[in-house]
Ligand binder design. Structure first.
Ligand code: NAD
Ligand code: ZN
Length: 260
């Protein structure tokens, strides 16, 4: 790490150590170290390889229109590209969970649908885009597990009570975010003293716009690459989410990492 980064890490450590009101905003980059591809990195689903494997661009295959018109192709794409049942939380998820346990972190606001924050032990998690672990029948609203959707053996998972299509409770393109989740996320960000923004390209709206509600002067942005919000952050640390979180939470994270 260069000198500038060492200084930034020191500042971030002091900010985190002295705050009892931290909120984290995470994107797909928080989960790439758990081997879940993000959308916009070179190896991500929107990368060249990702686009070429299918007839249509991922934005379209993950839209409500595509889901309704081509449910078989939707589920084929979804099951093979969005669901990683074996993924385990990495040091970023674990560090955030430990900060909450220590009473320092109030909420995680995430764009991720992979459930890894909860798997690491985080309790207050606002999932802006829903979760692969919640599924429901579009006709009778009966709830189903992820395993049901993955293992039923039908191209399109069908409700065992009424035969309706069982869909994941994830927000597709063209769909609105859940109002309650959005309101809670905004409220947490607005009240936060410290905002940690981790692994998001910050180009997907309205999710990315939530960080505009932050009123403080201690925004720490961690990303491998530049983002359109770097200018509004007080500290930008370019690096891997897990490694950087380990560096900036000494004491909290010293002994945690193999435990969860
Ligand atoms: N894990 C998941 O649940 C998952 C996976 C793929 C996509 N998505 C969906 O992707 C949409 C896109 O938005 P997004 O901003 O979250 O993702 P994105 O793919 O647009 O951006 C990911 C960002 O993280 C950075 N990054 C990648 N690996 C990193 C690492 N190890 N450490 C630090 N930074 C890293 C990239 O440089 C990029 O800026 C969201 O709506 C989300 O629902 C979720
Ligand atoms: Zn049903």
């Amino acid at each position: 790490m260069d000198k500038i980064s060492i200084d930034k890490v020191k500042q971030a450590v002091e900010i985190i150590q002295s705050s009892g009101n931290i909120v984290a905003f995470t994107g797909a980059g928080a989960s790439t170290e758990s081997n879940i591809p993000d959308f916009r990195s070179a190896g991500g689903l929107y990368g060249v390889g990702g686009r070429n494997r299918y007839k249509y661009p991922p934005e379209y295959m993950l839209s409500y229109t595509f889901f309704i018109d081509n449910p078989r192709d939707f589920f084929d794409y979804y099951r093979n590209n969005l669901v990683y049942r074996d993924a385990r939380p990495n040091d970023c998820h674990k560090a955030l969970s430990r900060l909450e346990e220590a009473g320092k972190l109030k909420a995680v606001v995430t764009q991720n649908i992979d459930g890894l924050h909860q798997a690491a032990g985080s309790k207050t998690v606002y999932e802006l885009h829903g979760s692969i672990y919640r599924n429901y029948c579009m006709k009778c609203r009966k709830s189903f597990s992820l395993d049901y959707v993955m293992d039923q053996g039908k191209p399109v998972p069908l409700c065992d009570a009424c035969g309706g299509i069982v869909r994941p409770d994830v927000v597709l393109y063209e769909e609105a975010l859940d109002e309650n989740v959005l309101a809670s996320a905004i409220s947490a960000v607005r009240k936060a003293e410290v905002l940690l923004v981790i692994g998001s390209s910050l180009v997907v709206y309205p999710a990315a716009g939530i960080i505009n509600y932050y009123r403080g002067n201690k925004m720490i942005l961690i990303n491998k690459t530049a983002t359109p919000y770097d200018w509004s952050a007080d500290i930008v640390i370019n690096g891997s989410a897990g490694a950087v979180m380990r560096e900036i939470t000494p004491g909290i994270c010293d002994e945690i990492l193999d435990e969860i």
